[in-house]
Design a binder for this molecule. Structure first.
Ligand code: PLP
Length: 485
């Protein structure tokens, strides 16, 4: 399987060559040259597989430059009940991504039912672990094979940084330098990251906002000599390996919620950078019977606007709202270009044109183009949610089903309810556990969210982090001092 750029002006490459990189050299994003098609036989065989083996079956269609037995071993090492054991009481950790019915609906096919697909039972209690843990093991494998090292540099406002650190801790040939905004993450998120004592993990708290931290990462990455000398890498949302790993749980969720492969389901996805739902789109393109992909946003509703109106108008960071579902406070969805490439019939010249328009005019409009009608064939619907909606949904879900959901999952539930009908079940992807966003849960319920075992004393563990001014050179000096070249 070769990977090509959405802008069509970069050489196509095999999986292991794009795994450690970011954007294609022409500024596009990598996608497989075609989507493998699943047959009814495949679905029948895969339905009863354990998660790790399902992951192997699906990923082996996308990865043919790692020997099959090695890839299978990596999947089995990644997806264990131990690593994904932070389930809610009564859920089955061996399922890795258990389905929890809130309302089981009617009959064996759960028509009209409503379920959570639990994706946040990994080490950092957010769905990003699902892909990042695999990435950690793939990185270690590929770097070892090639006798190379990488130093991952990133900026985080919470979930991504901790998922990356827990995936890379203790890994050979990998170091992580993670910038976070000093004093601006929740106590829980801070404790998750800063309590790591592994020698290859470096937390840098920048005295500024998330955007300042992000700008430092961009400045360092744009210094090509520094980047090459210090082998600076990234694990951000556009990494194809992350998207590929996320395809698997759409299949697992489908099997968990249906009794046979002739049924359809709707999937509702709390969305920010469009990485999670992009994996759902690919699963659907492969032939998984997803009726609708329900794209849920918070007050930052660029994606909802696009699916409703056909106009894509990313906002500036000054126009981005700070909300109580902070991991969706994104106004320029970095994976969106992957979907647009498929939407325009995989014509990179059209993608280049649209992004040129975006740069000169700040938006593009698909109305009066053939792509507006084509959009209907991709199964997307959308909606947005507000702080008041989140509070109401957290309360209602607790009252009706006895389940406490986090703020992002609440956005997904709110929008899913608006589209729910009697024809199929709807699965809401649970992207984090409530304990990560305690403040809003207290506001909604007047009580503390449940904490999985093992997290009881997290905030009292010793913490370790480097505090720095907003200064690119200070960060570079710190990396120089900790990397042998
Ligand atoms: C990252 C994240 C999202 C958004 O996912 P995207 O892939 O960026 O669309 C939603 N919820 C939580 C809890 C997250 O951490």
């Amino acid at each position: 399987m070769r990977y090509l750029s959405t802008r069509g002006q970069a050489p196509d490459l095999p999986f292991c060559d794009i795994l450690l990189g970011g954007l294609a050299p022409d500024g596009g994003l990598y996608l497989p040259e075609s989507y493998p098609q699943v047959s009814t036989d495949d679905l029948a065989r895969w339905r009863s597989l354990p998660y790790a083996d399902l992951a192997f079956e699906i990923l082996s269609h996308f990865i043919d430059d790692i020997p099959a037995e090695d890839l299978r071993a990596i999947c089995r090492k990644t997806y264990t009940a131990e690593v994904y054991g932070n389930t809610r009481a009564g859920s089955d950790a061996t399922a890795i991504t258990p389905v929890t019915w809130l309302d089981a609906g009617e009959g064996s096919d759960h028509k009209g039912g409503l379920a959570l697909l639990e994706l946040s039972n990994g080490p950092t209690l957010a769905f990003k672990d699902m892909a990042m843990q695999l990435l950690g093991n793939l990185f270690e494998y590929v770097l070892e094979q090639r006798g190379e090292q990488t130093n991952i540099l990133g900026a985080t406002s919470g979930d991504t940084g901790s998922a990356a650190e827990y995936a890379m801790r203790g890994k050979h040939n990998v170091r992580v330098f993670m910038l976070s905004p000093h004093g601006r993450m929740s106590a829980f998120q801070r404790a998750q990251m800063y309590s790591l004592q592994d020698e290859n993990i470096f937390n840098i708290a920048v005295k500024g906002m998330f955007d300042d931290a992000q700008d430092i990462v961009k400045a360092v990455s744009n210094d090509h000599a520094f980047k090459a000398k210090y082998k600076i890498g990234a694990v951000n949302s556009i990494n194809w390996g992350r998207v590929a790993a996320q395809i698997v749980y759409y299949f697992a969720g489908y099997f968990g919620a249906t009794a046979s492969n002739d049924q359809q389901v709707d999937m509702a996805v709390p969305s920010g950078n469009f990485g999670n739902i992009c994996a759902g789109h690919i699963a659907r393109m492969m032939g998984l019977p997803i009726r609708r992909l329900i794209c849920a946003t918070n007050e930052n509703d660029v994606l909802d606007e696009f699916f409703r109106t056909g106009v894509y108008r990313p906002r500036s960071s000054a126009e981005t709202h700070v909300t109580s579902s902070p991991s969706m406070d994104i106004s320029k969805a970095s994976n969106f270009e992957r979907f647009v490439f498929d939407l325009v019939g995989r014509d990179p010249a059209v993608v280049r044109d649209l992004w040129r328009t975006l740069e000169s005019e700040g938006s593009f409009d698909l109305n009066q183009t053939p792509y507006r009608d084509a959009l209907a064939g991709f199964g997307f619907v959308s909606g947005s949610s507000s702080h008041a909606d989140r509070l109401a949904t957290i309360r209602a879900t607790r009252a009706a089903y006895g389940v406490v959901v986090d703020t992002h999952t609440a956005d997904g539930l709110k929008v899913a309810e608006a589209y729910r009908d009697e024809a199929v079940p709807v699965l809401v992807l649970e992207t984090a556990q409530a304990v990560k966003f305690e403040e809003t849960i207290r506001e909604a319920l007047g009580e503390e969210p449940p904490r999985p075992d093992g997290f009881a004393h997290l905030e009292s563990l010793p913490q370790r982090c480097e505090v720095m001014p907003v200064d690119v050179n200070a960060v570079k000096a710190f990396i120089q001092a900790h990397v042998a070249v």
